[in-house]
Design a protein around this ligand. Structure first.
Ligand code: ZN
Length: 245
């Protein structure tokens, strides 16, 4: 029974009295990407840290750290890249990000591309997963990944784009993290959900004031899969890509 090798079961008596199905529902929800430090009840999260608070965060909190295209300050990039690299070496971060490209923000695209490129190269060197912010720049992101021959896990977060984009990204083995858009039945995210291989899926709350359990409930409804199975699958996906336990 493969799902018994999950970390969350390790301290439990696997063959105790508790019925197996109850044990599965005990698994916490994993919020793959959030800007809120306090995850909800029965959930764990990857908190997207700001550079200014990074050192003071509790060591038990999983975090991601990266240079967001909205907040590029060219005179701090080198210093921030060094902070990211030290954090990777110290096994302090679960993913590098969020970082990426955004056609609607003020920083010129070539500047964004050079900062993103540096982060992709760094992540690839250490085989760190990358949480990617991508707004109207999927061709550019794919080009960069191809040109740089990036082989580390890449996760497009907040995905709510067309099915054709899923197909393109799947050719390059991207992961997808879906969030709030799953709460709207007619969204692209709902249309794409069934196309995404379950072993390439994550769920998130991002900056929204919503619970991760509501996102899992929506995904479970649209996929017609029990929440408990989804929780287990997403923990396995995370454990497959993360360099830290
Ligand atoms: Zn975000």
């Amino acid at each position: 029974m493969r799902f018994l090798d999950h970390n969350r079961f390790s301290s439990r008596k696997i063959w105790g009295r508790k019925p197996f199905i109850t044990m599965m529902t005990d698994l916490s929800f994993l919020d793959f990407h959030t800007h809120h430090l306090n995850s909800g009840e029965n959930s764990e999260s990857i908190y997207n840290a700001r550079f200014s608070e990074f050192d003071s965060l509790p060591k038990t909190q999983r975090i991601s750290l990266g240079i967001h295209p909205w907040y590029i300050e060219e005179n701090t990039v080198e210093e921030q890249l060094q902070i990211i690299e030290k954090a990777i070496q110290a096994k302090r971060i679960a993913t590098l990000g969020e970082c990426g490209l955004d056609r609607l923000t003020s920083a010129p695209l070539p500047v964004q591309e050079s900062v993103f490129e540096r982060q992709l190269i760094l992540a690839n060197e250490y085989q760190m997963p990358v949480t990617i912010h991508c707004v109207r720049t999927f061709p550019e992101v794919i080009q960069l990944v191809k040109r740089l021959k990036i082989k580390t896990p890449l996760i497009v977060h907040g995905f709510n784009n067309k099915p054709e984009v899923v197909q393109q990204l799947q050719k390059y083995d991207f992961y997808f993290s879906l969030g709030e858009a799953l709460l709207q039945d007619e969204s692209n995210a709902v249309k794409c959900l069934k196309m995404i291989s379950l072993d390439r899926l994550f769920l998130e709350t991002d900056a929204q004031e919503i619970s991760i359990s509501s996102i899992f409930a929506a995904a479970s409804k649209h996929l017609n899969i029990p929440v408990s199975i989804l929780k287990d699958q997403i923990w396995r996906n995370f454990q497959r890509i993360t360099p830290i336990p």
